[in-house]
Design a protein around this ligand. Structure first.
Ligand code: FPP
Length: 250
């Protein structure tokens, strides 16, 4: 099926940088509060960190960077904070429309875009079109917007059930690879490394299907302070892990 990825894993110590890194960009609010600034200033600084880390990932040969920008639960925040985050995304997309072709950066969104403003959706559509014209080997940033791992799985299950009802699929044919093809991440390998800054030790509904064999890395550094050296430390920790995928050490 188009868009699926065969789930094959290579056991052993990971020497190369991960092909896919995913990051929960946490700690923006605390970063701002520590400086006596509004929470929105933290998100602004966090958006700068995203630009910097995306560029660095691209330069060191990481192929996919997936970031958690806005969860299905983040609508509980104040209207001012939600619109500030949407404003930062809009600004980033406006910039991306002008620069992604020249910089060879593909952009993709994970999440249910239906409640997102038409303006932002139109921009996302524009960046999708540009991405489609860039070579598949180019670096790709995936931005999770109105994203929740459970919501993604539910949307996939609903679509699979609809395909079965239409006679296009048979329930007994469903396997890992076919199910992956129904997710927002279809066609993209699972992240080898998931990073969460800011000291919280949980996944908060992030990539629940894809994280099955991801190595997890936690640091107390707040996202706006996260830099290239921090990413190097996370990658070095990942490269020191013994990845067995349920097998035994050789
Ligand atoms: C979590 O920190 C961060 C968010 C909910 C928003 C992240 C959004 C951005 C960095 C801006 C837009 C992104 C792009 C890709 C341009 P928090 O607010 O929960 O921090 P706290 O736990 O310290 O309160």
């Amino acid at each position: 099926m188009a868009g699926t990825v065969n789930i094959t894993h290579t056991a052993g110590r990971a020497m190369d940088p991960p092909r896919h890194i995913a990051i929960i960009m946490d700690g923006n609010g605390r970063w701002a509060q520590k400086r006596g600034l509004p929470r929105t200033a933290g998100h602004k600084a966090g958006a700068e960190t995203f630009r910097r880390i995306a560029t660095y990932c691209k330069n060191i040969g990481v192929q996919y960077l997936t970031v958690y920008a806005f969860s299905t639960e983040n609508w509980k925040r104040s209207e001012g904070e939600v619109s500030a985050i949407m404003g930062l995304l809009k600004r980033y997309l406006l910039e991306a429309v002008d620069t992604m072709e020249k910089d060879h950066i593909r952009l993709h969104f994970f999440g249910d875009m239906t409640p997102i403003s038409p303006e932002l959706r139109a921009l996302a559509h524009e960046t999708d079109e540009i991405s489609a014209h860039l070579p598949e080997g180019d670096f790709q940033a995936n931005v999770c917007l109105n994203y929740g791992g459970r919501d993604e799985i539910l949307r996939a299950v609903r679509q699979f059930a609809a395909d079965c009802a239409a006679g296009e699929k048979q329930p007994e044919d469903l396997d890992d690879a076919m199910f992956s093809g129904y997710l927002d991440s279809r066609g993209i390998p699972d992240p080898e490394l998931i990073i969460r800054p800011s000291g919280e030790l949980r996944l908060s509904n992030f990539l629940l299907w894809q994280c099955a064999y991801s190595e997890l890395y936690f640091t107390d550094v707040l996202w706006p302070d996260f830099d290239e050296a921090e990413l190097d430390r996370a990658i070095a920790a990942y490269q020191g892990r013994d990845r067995r995928f349920g097998g035994v050490k050789k």
